[in-house]
Design a protein around this ligand. Structure first.
Ligand code: HEC
Ligand code: HEC
Ligand code: HEC
Ligand code: HEC
Ligand code: HEC
Ligand code: HEC
Ligand code: HEC
Ligand code: HEC
Length: 490
């Protein structure tokens, strides 16, 4: 039986002309409602739309907003149906066992519009991850603890489609063929331990990048692969991604995702210190000083300067601003690839390519973001400064360092284990840590990271590479003794 008919759901979606209508079953009376959704979610949060009520309804017209934004982009989903007895039973029982989950959900927009546990957790009986708990045995209702992007995408097809063409989607897939990474994790970090070598992945890489979620014999996710909200998870239904990475369960809040903290659980640290760069920037300074006074809950595409004084990560990379529309494709506004060994200009529509995107188009869009608050001269000159830093890294650090490395390799003067070799350790820090810090710091206006953690350290590493290269080429030997670059404070 079709779950949507069971639930007597009537769901309508009004979307801009380009957006697709989700398929939600045959017999749903669909209503189009062209009015934008509420500018504030405060009332929504305060109302307890949960268990006590038979009908959870939202009528966007009641919540007409004063900031309309670009009307062609406004969309609103309207759900008009009752919360069934079965849905109520989930809520009532779980209120005892997991009051935290219920309270998060109750305060969410989902609860307000009548999206319940079953909408996300019910799966078909033949799904590989179908399970039943005691209260469901003997019924035709199956659930799973896993909620894939395809599940969210049924009601939010536009967001999923944009996510699917972004660099985020490859966060795990991109690693699969990289043998040197698996060797690093299992052989070097995991010490080749027969039982425990996956620990560094389970507690580290996987929590940011995701993994392929596997199931045990009962259809439950294995402890080897779950829990994690890594960006590129591959779910048993084949869909890829993690919507909870920025909208944590069970609030699924737009406001949370707009805060820099939403990105900071992954975009930090020695190799991509984006949150640190942000905190170092004037924008971050303003956010720290007065962010608590800004308005965070305007509807998508209606969150504009005035609601805030300085941009967050989301403002520059995702949110609608001026004539730009909100996007879940975080690659759309980029010019360079800044994580690669050598930065190239983006020019590919292959989602697995490091150069995914259209560089010149991306730059145009990013400049549109700046232009909401800065003049043209400021913006043009900023990118003149920042591009110079990226090119300097490419031309004066990466290219000659790579040349030295290739020469040593050709002469057989590199150790087989790169993590015991002073040259290779330093070379790694040059591009993966210091070089990235310089590039990210420069492009996002964080001078401490562009300079002290960036170019200053780059020149130090470069001199060291030169010295090792010279000694090895002159002697024809790899210097004896333990590498000096180990466990450095990089
Ligand atoms: C009579 C109480 C009860 C009812 C009714 C109930 N649950 Fe549960 N549910 C539990 C308990 C107990 C667990 C497992 C214990 C735990 O880990 O908290 C659980 C576990 C879960 C899990 C985690 C799955 C897993 O494999 O461990 C999900 C998701 C879930 N329930 C959803 C639902 C949904 C959806 C409904 C409504 C169809 C529902 N529950 C109805 C008590 C209940
Ligand atoms: C909008 C979709 C959505 C709704 C509605 C929803 N969940 Fe979830 N739930 C999720 C997602 C996403 C996860 C994380 C699953 C994953 O990692 O794939 C999750 C995880 C869980 C878990 C395991 C989490 C943990 O920390 O142990 C339980 C239990 C659960 N949900 C119960 C419920 C109950 C009960 C309700 C109804 C009050 C509910 N969910 C409503 C999306 C939803
Ligand atoms: C059954 C349909 C349905 C499913 C499944 C669903 N949602 Fe929603 N979601 C809605 C509706 C309806 C709204 C309210 C839309 C509005 O206000 O116009 C909403 C709103 C949202 C919002 C905006 C919240 C805010 O603060 O304004 C986010 C974020 C969101 N959903 C994320 C998710 C994620 C992530 C999943 C999967 C884990 C999911 N949704 C699954 C129907 C659904
Ligand atoms: C759960 C971890 C996680 C969170 C949270 C996260 N990201 Fe990412 N992000 C990643 C990973 C991993 C990659 C690398 C993907 C790849 O290229 O394989 C990435 C890549 C990117 C890229 C580069 C994409 C490209 O095409 O090279 C941008 C830009 C980005 N993220 C922005 C953001 C923003 C903005 C936020 C917050 C709104 C955010 N991310 C939240 C993990 C995360
Ligand atoms: C704290 C979160 C985090 C952890 C832990 C982490 N990464 Fe990443 N990784 C990221 C982010 C964020 C990016 C994207 C940086 C950018 O766009 O500039 C990234 C980029 C990458 C890239 C380049 C893009 C790609 O996917 O090819 C590789 C490869 C990579 N990481 C592999 C790993 C491996 C292997 C581990 C574990 C040994 C690991 N990462 C641990 C967050 C993390
Ligand atoms: C990298 C972080 C990130 C990830 C991952 C992410 N979102 Fe979002 N999402 C955001 C941000 C930021 C906004 C608010 C954009 C704005 O300011 O307009 C948002 C807004 C939304 C909205 C509200 C849009 C509206 O029109 O009201 C929905 C629905 C949504 N996301 C669903 C999803 C779904 C479904 C997924 C998984 C396919 C997902 N998100 C993954 C960051 C993220
Ligand atoms: C003022 C706007 C702005 C803010 C705020 C901002 N960024 Fe950026 N970000 C940029 C620009 C500009 C670039 C470089 C784009 C290019 O290549 O031209 C960039 C590049 C990146 C990249 C590098 C992608 C790659 O190719 O490796 C990541 C990752 C990223 N930003 C994440 C974040 C995160 C996370 C935050 C918040 C902590 C953030 N950004 C805040 C404007 C911003
Ligand atoms: C929401 C408004 C807003 C947006 C959007 C915005 N900025 Fe800013 N920016 C500010 C404010 C406010 C300051 C602080 C000005 C001051 O110091 O008086 C600032 C400061 C700066 C500074 C520090 C130098 C200076 O002029 O004081 C740089 C560099 C900068 N912004 C670059 C950018 C770039 C590049 C973009 C687009 C990628 C951007 N900004 C987008 C509001 C914004």
């Amino acid at each position: 039986m079709n779950r949507w008919t069971t639930l007597a759901l009537s769901l309508a979606l009004f979307a801009g002309p380009a957006a697709a209508q989700p398929e939600l079953g045959q017999s749903n009376p669909v209503q189009s409602d062209p009015s934008p959704r509420a500018g504030t979610q405060q009332e929504a949060a305060e109302k307890d739309a949960a268990t006590g009520q038979d009908k959870a309804q939202v009528n966007a017209q009641d919540n007409a907003t004063e900031t309309l934004g670009d009307l062609s982009q406004v969309r609103s989903i309207v759900i008009d149906r009752g919360v069934t007895k079965l849905s109520k039973s989930c809520i009532e029982c779980h209120k005892q066992d997991n009051p935290g989950i219920i309270s998060d959900w109750k305060r969410s927009r989902h609860a307000h519009v009548g999206v319940t546990c079953l909408d996300c957790h019910q799966v078909s009986a033949d799904a590989p991850n179908a399970t039943q708990h005691e209260s469901l045995v003997g019924t035709d209702t199956y659930i799973s603890v896993l909620v894939s992007p395809d599940t969210c995408g049924r009601c939010h097809p536009r967001e999923q489609e944009q996510f699917n063409r972004s660099g985020h989607v490859r966060a795990y897939r991109q690693q699969i063929p990289k043998d040197d990474l698996h060797a690093l994790v299992h052989m070097h970090e995991g010490r080749g331990h027969p039982e425990l070598s996956a620990a560094p992945d389970m507690t580290g890489c996987m929590q940011c990048h995701g993994t392929e979620i596997t199931l045990d014999d009962d259809g439950r996710p294995t402890a080897r692969t779950w829990p994690n909200s890594g960006m590129g998870n591959i779910y048993p239904d084949g869909s890829t991604g993690s919507c909870v990475a920025c909208h944590t369960r069970h609030r699924f809040s737009i406001e949370e995702a707009r805060r820099p903290a939403a990105c900071a659980s992954c975009h930090l640290g020695p190799d991509h210190p984006d949150i640190e760069v942000y905190e170092n920037s004037k924008h971050g300074q303003l956010y720290a000083t007065e962010g608590h006074e800004w308005r965070w809950d305007s509807a998508a595409d209606a969150w504009e300067p005035g609601d805030y004084r300085a941009p967050t990560c989301a403002t520059c990379h995702m949110s609608g601003i001026g004539t730009l529309s909100t996007t879940h494709d975080i690659s759309e506004r980029l010019y360079w690839n800044l994580w690669a060994k050598r930065s190239g200009v983006r020019d590919s529509d292959d989602v697995m390519s490091p150069l995914l995107g259209d560089g010149p188009e991306g730059r145009k869009k990013m400049k549109q973001v700046c232009s909401a608050c800065h003049g043209e001269l400021h913006t043009e000159s900023f990118f003149h400064q920042a591009d110079a830093a990226v090119r300097l890294y490419n031309e004066a650090y990466w290219d000659p360092a790579k040349e030295m490395r290739d020469e040593l390799a050709a002469e057989g003067l590199l150790k087989e284990n790169p993590w015991k070799d002073d040259f290779q350790i330093t070379f790694y820090h040059l591009w993966h840590h210091e070089g990235r810090r310089a590039r990210h710091g420069a492009m996002m206006a964080g001078p401490d990271w562009a300079h002290w953690h960036g170019f200053f350290q780059l020149q130090q590493s470069f001199y060291k590479l030169e010295a090792i290269h010279k000694a090895r080429m002159e002697t024809g030997q790899i210097e004896p003794g333990p590498p000096k670059g180990m466990s450095g404070d990089h």
